[in-house]
Design a protein around this ligand. Structure first.
Ligand SMILES: Cc1cc2nc3c(=O)[nH]c(=O)nc-3n(C[C@H](O)[C@H](O)[C@H](O)COP(=O)(O)O)c2cc1C
Length: 156
């Protein structure tokens, strides 16, 4: 179906691409924040790199510009409420940060990546952040999924 390109039609079309869900975190001075993001992609194995796209208006963008570092936690299937909390849902229950190699991260995540900002590319209303991975760990488990504006998981 071909429709006019506008924010609604783009959201709907982008939403057909099923993704995992991550929380991007950063800290600068006494300020620590997290933001739900599904624009994560692996980029390079050697050197190790990943990318995530962050809205220019997001508080997280200002914080990462100041700190030059961020962490990314890949959420597990049972962590929908964590995703909702860090996407700004007023109803979600408060989530505390855990620590991984000096960075704030999400407890119980399937994978953790600490990154130093290697490059940032302005791209419309978002910025593409390329991070050089300075630490990472993972465990196996079922991921939280996002498709067509709704959460899903692979558990049967
Ligand atoms: C599943 C999901 C994925 C999201 N992915 C992104 C993303 O990749 N980049 C982004 O900038 N915002 C993304 N958002 C929106 C932000 O999480 C949301 O706007 C956040 O509240 C911004 O924080 P702020 O209002 O404190 O600046 C996503 C939201 C959800 C629910």
């Amino acid at each position: 179906m071909t429709v006019a390109i506008n924010a609604r039609s783009l959201r709907n079309a982008f939403g057909q691409f099923a993704t995992g869900v991550t929380v991007v975190t950063s800290r600068h001075g006494d300020k620590t924040r997290g933001m739900t993001a599904n624009s994560f992609s692996s980029v390079s194995l050697d050197p190790p790199m990943l990318l995530v796209c962050i809205a220019n208006t997001a508080h997280m963008m200002t914080l990462i510009e100041k700190s030059g570092v961020f962490a990314l936690s890949v959420l597990e299937s049972g962590q929908q409420s964590v995703s909702e909390y860090f996407a700004g849902s007023g109803n979600a229950r408060h989530v505390a940060f855990a620590e991984f190699e000096g960075m704030p991260v999400i407890e119980g995540a399937l994978a953790l990546f600490n990154c130093r900002v290697e490059a940032s590319y302005p791209a419309g209303d978002h910025t593409i952040l390329v991070g050089e991975i300075t630490a990472c760990e993972h465990r196996s488990g079922a991921p939280l999924l996002f498709h067509s504006g709704a959460y899903a998981d692979l558990r049967r």
